[in-house]
Ligand binder design. Structure first.
Ligand code: 13P
Ligand code: SF4
Length: 364
């Protein structure tokens, strides 16, 4: 398992050459020299405390590859007054060794607005970086690879939302945060997987349109009397899980606890013991300390939660999010050295999109 996880990570580690022209962020903040990335006794010494956190999931033979990047990134963060916000699906060396803040989408959205850093580097996908920019318009927000998309965010546009409003006049629209700023600007309020039911019920109507995840919408519909009209999007990671495969794990070991993300199809959630956001899944493992658990979600979650819960046995079917895996240590380093890739949003669009995110955050 360790070998497989290291292969998965190293395949995505390749850095790419910086573009020839410095962008506006590089002109504002300046470009720094690329640090020395040699594996030396000094690097080993200065990163030893961080290796302690990941030694159960990163084999010793791999650490000399990560450690020079870890050291360089942590020094550059101080030099730039930058913070790294990392989603729970980021790889263990990012999540445990360079991130300042980790969490689910709601936690990251809240913390983006509170940080007093000048620069935010988003360890996550593009819609998360846009949410950070919406909540911190005066900060420079960087995403190490702007191609880090999301099948949900790609499934709907602002024009689609306008068409839905014409089709269902007067029905409020809730957008999952896994959407572009263009979509957020057209809706009444946002939600995440951890507050979706509360957001839907906060609107006080008997019907609500929920975009873009049809499975999250179906899972929410079962927990509320509000009628939900859903869009057709799906997460390419969570839609692949099936009830049959999970039942096979349970047949092998009836004591196994199955916990699923609500982006999974309802029939998958039905055979699980618990369903919740990535942060709620982590809390479940930390507080209940199951003997054996299977996290029905993206694979890095199990690596990260395993590092923090050495007594728990994790069964790991691996559905990987290719977008999350575009973010690597070499690309984070490039971001901090070359100040790329900057996330910008048209100010008028941002004003409308920000309101939808803020309404959600104000709900508490
Ligand atoms: P959480 O908000 O539960 O972290 O999930 C969002 C997600 O799917 C990120 O890809
Ligand atoms: Fe999008 Fe799914 Fe990847 Fe999350 S895991 S970023 S919802 S494709």
């Amino acid at each position: 398992m360790q070998v497989l996880s290291s292969l998965r990570r190293s395949a995505a580690q390749m850095s790419e050459q910086p573009s020839a022209q410095p962008g506006p962020a590089a002109l504002r903040h300046g470009v720094l020299p690329m640090p020395n990335l040699a594996w030396t006794p000094e690097v080993a010494r200065e990163t030893a405390h961080l290796y302690e956190k990941v030694k159960s999931i990163i084999p010793p033979i791999e650490w000399p590859f990560h450690a020079p990047y870890v050291k360089a990134i942590n020094e550059l963060k101080k030099q730039r007054n930058a913070v790294i916000l990392a989603h729970n699906y980021q790889t263990p060396e990012i999540y445990n060794c360079v991130a300042d803040v980790v969490g689910d989408s709601l936690q990251l959205a809240r913390l983006a607005g509170q940080s007093d850093a000048d620069i935010i580097v988003q360890g996550g996908v593009h819609f998360m970086a846009e949410t950070s920019k919406l909540l911190s318009p005066d900060k420079t927000v960087l995403i190490p690879d702007s191609r880090a998309g999301c099948s949900l965010a790609a499934s709907i546009t602002g024009a689609d939302v306008r068409a839905l409003r014409r089709k269902y006049p007067g029905v409020p629209v809730v957008a999952y945060v896994n959407t572009s700023a263009d979509v957020k600007a057209e809706v009444d309020i946002c939600c995440t997987s951890s507050n979706a039911v509360k957001v839907v019920e906060s609107l006080g109507t008997d019907t609500v349109i929920m975009v873009p995840d049809r499975f999250l919408a179906a899972n929410v519909a079962r927990q509320t009397k509000v009628k939900i009209i859903a869009w057709r999007g799906a997460c390419e990671v969570h839609e692949r899980f099936t009830a049959e495969e999970l039942l096979r794990y349970r047949a092998d070991d009836p004591s196994i606890e199955l916990i699923a993300h609500p982006e999974c199809p309802p029939e998958v959630v039905d055979v699980c013991d618990f369903s919740g956001s990535t942060a709620a899944m982590i809390d479940y493992v930390k507080t209940r300390k199951p003997k054996r658990v299977l996290l029905v979600t993206e694979c890095s979650m199990a690596d990260n939660v395993a590092a923090e819960n050495p007594g728990v046995d994790f069964v790991r079917p691996c559905n990987l999010c290719p977008h999350m895996k575009r973010i690597t240590l070499p690309k984070i380093l490039d971001s901090l050295v070359y100040m790329r890739e900057e996330v910008t949003i048209d100010p008028l669009l941002a004003q409308r999109a920000r309101r939808s995110v803020e309404r959600m955050i104000e709900l508490k």
